[in-house]
Design a protein. Structure first.
Length: 206
């Protein structure tokens, strides 16, 4: 895997997980908690999400094969799903959806580190779909280890973003979060179109 490919993987995972965009939701879910309590929730959520995502890195291809789904078909479907997420980010729908999920979790009294932070906010449809698409391109052991390393880096960024959530939220403000979300949404839209195009080309040649 080249450096450019590794950076592309990091960008894809960063945009789909969106650590900065989740900061307001993390703050809302942990209202009234001390720094120590927030840190514990943060570490627990990222650790659980890491386990979930690594499972899909290790067994993603086998899962698709067991279901009889070809990789090109999944590239098209996954690309379309990522495009929907990008659309939500550009038109400010994704934050509203995640906030609604977080509100339901708070009302139901669940452990917020497990639900909704770990699943489905960090390890959700977008990040899982992205990893399944990427494992199809990097099927060997080294490729999967590099995917796991990229996932670990983004989860560490998420961990750091949550730990510094208060200052980051104050620095960005509502306008900064909105601009960043839309820029990342445009990037994700381009990546998703590339996934769909690659899948169509492979199917057309077969």
């Amino acid at each position: 895997m080249s450096l450019d490919q590794f950076i592309n993987i990091l960008a894809t995972l960063f945009v789909t997980i969106d650590p900065i965009g989740m900061i307001p939701i993390f703050l809302a879910l942990t209202t009234g908690a001390s720094f120590a309590e927030r840190s514990k929730i943060d570490v627990t959520a990222c650790a659980i999400a890491a386990v979930v995502l690594v499972i899909f890195i290790v067994a993603g291809n086998e899962l698709l094969s067991a279901l009889g789904i070809s990789l090109p078909a999944f590239r098209i479907a996954g690309g379309m799903l990522l495009f929907m997420i990008a659309f939500e980010m550009v038109f400010e729908k994704r934050t509203q959806r995640k906030a609604a999920t977080a509100e339901k979790a708070s009302d139901s009294g669940h452990n917020v580190a497990v639900f909704p932070l770990a699943v489905p906010l960090i390890a959700g449809p977008g990040s899982i779909s992205a990893l399944l698409l990427l494992t199809g391109q990097h099927t060997d052991v080294v490729g999967k280890l590099e995917l796991a390393a990229a996932t670990a880096i983004i989860l560490l960024v998420t961990l750091a973003a949550f730990l510094a959530s208060g200052p980051i939220d104050r620095i960005l403000g509502a306008t900064g979060r909105l601009v960043l979300s839309r820029l990342l949404g445009i990037l994700l839209a381009a990546l998703s179109v590339q996934f769909v195009a690659d899948g169509i080309l492979v199917l057309a040649r077969s």
